[in-house]
Design a protein. Sequence first.
Length: 90
Amino acid sequence: MSWVLVAIAAWLGGWAANILLVRRTGRVTRLLVPAVFGVSLLAIWEGLVRGLEVPAVILPAPSVISVAFAGNLPVLWADFVQTVIRSVLP
């Protein structure tokens, strides 16, 4: 139950930060609002998955996804080239 409370607190903190940022004007502020939202969403996801011990088969943590993505970049790049460069663009 404590992990859920921490997740709610993180969500409220991200929400409060976005409210403060929205009240300001400027180009940097317009970029910070989605960044704060994304970081808070990933942090809540990571915390809940690890805290509640959700099996990786059901819902992997964002850190596990990023490690798998980085480890498979050559294969993903080859697939991108085959799909987009050779098939879609010509």
